[in-house]
Write a protein that binds this ligand. Structure first.
Ligand SMILES: C[S@@+](CC[C@H](N)C(=O)[O-])C[C@H]1O[C@@H](n2cnc3c(N)ncnc32)[C@H](O)[C@@H]1O
Length: 354
């Protein structure tokens, strides 16, 4: 199968309320990471990475906190943040986000950069990074080993397909940790908010993805989507269980490079569904859930079917309209309580992996 693609669709910044909730849960962990960091001296910059940045909107608050927390300890310390994502990301949108007058880089001595390269590769020279932050990104796989028969999401994968996905995910996580172990200085910190799953494999989005698959089958029935096109559609993610996230940090090679300092598993509220319960506006709810789904998963899903995810593509338009209608008729089924794994780990002074 082709490369995994985590590229977010247009409007991700406006339709990522759930991701924002997950990040809010992790801000305390980020503060504690900065409080414990070995800060560079002699006017040298604190070097920070935001891994899997998308359009950057959800990084503004965490990075502003990093600057503030570092400067509490070392007034005026320069801070350099590199926002990274894969090549297909909309880096123009990132630049616009970072250019806002109230965005964290606006202050003196704060520098923001962008790097278009996968976090499954080396992104920084060895031993130069002080803090690596990643939110809601590491569940995207580097590539997708096999199509999922008759489904597009991990919840529909069984048997050998499920096993292949699990193995890909484990290898990717090891690779992510190994590269960060090379990049971070001894005492540097890694803070991750990872899309997660309970031990039964549930990420919280099973109801919504069930509707997605029903809607795609309806598109096959009306001739807009071929069976082959459907077979090529996947969302190349694997939400890891706590064990899958933490075991490599507790035993195995990564436990030499990192000391796990803190971890928490959370089931997030669904802010869009909660608003619907308060205001009863079913149309607005259905539109927003469909928009969030398309922003997060549309490009990877429809690229497989050759539709590219463009909003004007007839298949994309009718899928989105049909999904919106399904959500309107079954609002409770679309409720999505994402699971996230939070973790904070300190780079040991063990020699970097080769
Ligand atoms: C759901 S968005 C999260 C964006 C942002 N961090 C947030 O918290 O809202 C996931 C991002 O991870 C990126 N991504 C997926 N795979 C990646 C990889 N291998 N390397 C770097 N970024 C990746 C996607 O392109 C996407 O922009």
């Amino acid at each position: 199968m082709g490369s995994g693609s985590g590229v977010m669709g247009g409007g991700y910044g406006r339709h990522s309320a759930a991701q924002h909730v997950g990040i809010g849960t992790a801000l305390g962990m980020l503060d504690r990471a900065v409080a414990a960091l070995p800060l560079p001296e002699g006017g040298r910059a604190l070097r920070v990475a935001d891994l899997g940045c998308a359009s950057g909107g959800n990084a503004l608050e965490p990075m502003a906190r990093v600057v503030a927390a570092a400067r509490e300890r070392a007034p005026g310390i320069p801070v350099a943040v590199t926002h990274t994502d894969i090549r297909g990301n909309d880096f123009n949108a990132l630049v616009e986000t970072l250019a806002a007058p109230d965005a964290y880089p606006a202050g003196p001595g704060v520098f923001a950069y962008a790097e278009a390269r996968s976090f499954f590769s080396l992104l920084f020279p060895p031993g130069e990074l002080h803090l690596a932050w990643s939110s809601i990104a590491v569940h995207w796989l580097s590539r997708f080993p096999l199509p999922i028969p008759d489904h597009v999401y991990r919840s529909g994968a069984t048997g050998s397909v499920r096993e292949a996905l699990r193995e890909r995910s484990a290898a990717d996580w090891r690779s992510f940790l190994r590269h960060r172990a090379v990049e971070l200085v001894p005492g540097g910190r890694l803070v991750v908010v990872g899309g997660a799953a309970t031990d039964d494999g549930a990420s919280g989005a099973e109801g919504l993805f069930g509707m997605v698959v029903e809607e795609l089958r309806a598109r096959i029935d009306d001739g807009q989507l071929s069976v082959d096109g459907f077979s090529a559609m996947t969302v190349p993610t694997w939400n890891r269980t706590s064990g899958e996230f933490l075991d490599p940090l507790r035993r195995g090679p990564a436990s030499d490079w990192f000391g796990l300092e803190e971890e928490a598993f959370a089931v997030l509220p669904d802010p869009v569904h909660d608003r619907y319960v308060r205001d009863g506006d079913l149309d607005a709810y259905a539109r927003e859930v469909a928009a969030s789904f398309m922003a997060a998963f549309g490009p990877s899903l429809f690229t497989g079917a050759g539709a590219g995810g463009g909003a004007e593509d007839p298949l994309v338009r009718s899928f989105r309209a049909g999904l919106t209608e399904r959500i309107r008729t079954h609002p409770g089924d679309a409720r999505t309580n994402w699971r996230v794994q939070l973790l904070r780990a300190a780079r040991t002074d063990a020699p970097p992996p080769r």
